[in-house]
Design a protein. Sequence first.
Lengths: 169, 124, 530
Amino acid sequence: MNANQLAFIALGGLAFLGALGVVLIPNPVRAALALVVNFFVLGLLYFVLGSQMMGISQIMVYAGAIMVLFLFVIMMLKLDKKAEEVAPGDAWRKRFTWLIGAVIGGAIFGGVMLPLASITTRVNPPQNFGTPQAVGWSLFTTYVWPFEVISVLLLVGIVGSIMLAKRRF
Amino acid sequence: MLEVLPIASITRDVPITWFLGLGLAMFILGGIGVVTRRNPVIVFMCIELMLNAVNLTFLTFAAYGGSGINATPGGMAQAMNGQMMVIFVMAVAAAEVAVGLGIIMAIFRQKNDVDLDDMSTLRN
Amino acid sequence: MQSELYTIPSIDWSLVMPFIVVVITGVIGLLIEMFRPKQNNNAIVLVSLAGLAGAFALLIPQLGVTTTTTFAGMVLRDQFGVLLQLIIVAGAFLSLIFSEPYMKQRRIAHGEFYPMALWATSGAMLMVSSDNLLMIFVGLEVLSIALYCLAGLARDEQRSEEAALKYFLLGAFASAFLLYGIAFVYGITGSTSLAVFMETLARAPGINDLTVLFAITLLLVGFGFKTALVPFHQWTPDVYQGAPTNVTAFMSAVSKVAAFGAFARVLEASLPVQEFWMPALIVITILTMTVGNLAALVQKDVKRALGYSSIAHAGYVMVALLAYLQDPAKGSLGTVITYLAIYTFMTIGSFAVLSLTAVNKSEGTRYQDLYGLWNRAPLAAGCLVLFMVSLVGVPPTAGFLGKFQIFQDAMGAGLPLLAIALAINSFVSAYYYLQIVRAVFVDEEGALRVQSAPMNAGLRFALVICAVGVMPILFAPILSQGKQTVTLSKMIESGAFLQRPVASVPLNPEPGEKVEQITPSAPLSTVTGN
């Protein structure tokens, strides 16, 4: 067990707890805060993986902007006051879902991912692929077309959300 | 300098399976949440969790130069393929959040309630 | 960071011009909406239709040109993609043309409908004109996000908003699966390009089956949702019923064609590991046809029944696609394209007639609401009968031609099970289609109380085009030619690839050793001669 592994266990464990919180905590505000923890730690993990630009974006876009929007809607709709009541039969459905999820997850982990651990031949590991310069350069060269198309997507998002939420006039 | 982050030592010390496993756990947890929760905002948060699991998987493969099961070219080109995907997933998620929360607000304005199990106007 | 590492891709604008025209038209429509004279959408409608016609005109000359890519392999133009884009643009045109009178009756005063529909169309066009999963995903999201909003267009109606929410949550859920699949494709190949994926699978077949299987399964789940195949179809009837009828028409044609276009490319790229998914897809296809038709039998709402019918038709298209994938010599993508085109005309025409039932803010789409339509609007009723007959697949119509061709393909490709299931399902489906026909002619007392909107020019125009569209004569030449001209990409001959090179580069190279140049991610394959 070396420092890198300890660092991963600490960060990864925190991210896992955050994810668990989103699924388990009944109160929407607390669930959202658990999600913030998860997103923030993921940002740190992106740094660890060598992608600084994605780490910063993760913290600003997800942990910042997107979660603020979530909390804003939760507060505005006063969803935090209302706990989800449990319908009869719901508890069994939940247990069943957890069981299925655990089985599928275990099977995939054992079958698909564990075999990858033993493979250590790695071709030409990337150097500094996560710097803002590298990201910027490739956004405006190889990926320039999807980059332009994303503008259409954001336009659709803006117009669509205004169309759905604006007041009648 | 940003370039001195010890990425190489991370990929040497920590097996790729750990990162992939974390991603898988988050993905499955998100899926369970989508099925079991009844508040659409929380269901939506669980979907965001799944998208982030995907992003983590992309960046893991980018940093580790692929899964290693096939001889992939490696290097910058390959790492960029994954990392750019993450950027676009983030942009898509942002647009989805705007639209999704707009829909939830529109529903709330109609009936002052947004429980998924109470939605039953659409039936035969 | 030196700039020589990155090369600015060479750009051939003619490939993306139709897309750009559609997007810009949407922007112009939005600007007109901002400054329009009171509540009058006519200008927006005209501009939108002109834009779509322009895109159609730009696409026509691209038929039959050689396959090329541009924007560093992000955009691919081949015969398949151009044909599907033509269908998409035509479908969008037809569903926009009857929208205005319908929305006036429903009091949906949103001029934003037209720009959003145009952008959705542009997303669909992107989806079918790339073999890079990144572009397919981005196009899919442009299409889907626009459709989520459009499904909730009738903001005052609870069922419209519910449809939007269901569509949105399930659609985003499906996107997550699709993305996870793409992540593993990327992990296996180091690229999001389908050409590279296919090449990798062919070069080293059987390498870590489970990882490949996992990736393909996730992609199947994602596309299964989008194309409404059976275990993943639950959203379809709800959304079709709840969304405004013009949006339903749009979505039933455009999003289905786009999803099938992308799905075909993904499946073709996974051909080297065909044995993984072919049996599963055969089962799914049979289930899709059967469940779609059986569920449609018991519906009381026509829109909902047509929703289930669209699931069944997705099954028919899958039969054609699987026949092609099983044996490219016997099956043909021409059949897939033809059936999608025929289906576009049939389904948009049916929904266009249904849009007549909207009067004075409310809309009735149960069978009773069609009673006596023959007396009130003979042209619409006649066309509806024609479309229903074609949906069943009765001989003189194009629906028959398409189904017969699919049947032949499936038999020829050695999938008799699918062919038989298709035939049986066609008979079963006759029951509910003919019920709709019967409703049109019911002439009892109750029929007098049913109201319907007056006929209008746009609807008449759409109906005439759709009615012409189900004439078999139109598709016979495409079918006969399609066999030769339409292929996705060159089939990879097994054995043509070298053995997997052994990776021997050390784990920890010295810093600054070798940094590879960024190359276009889809340089190989994709070049097909006609």
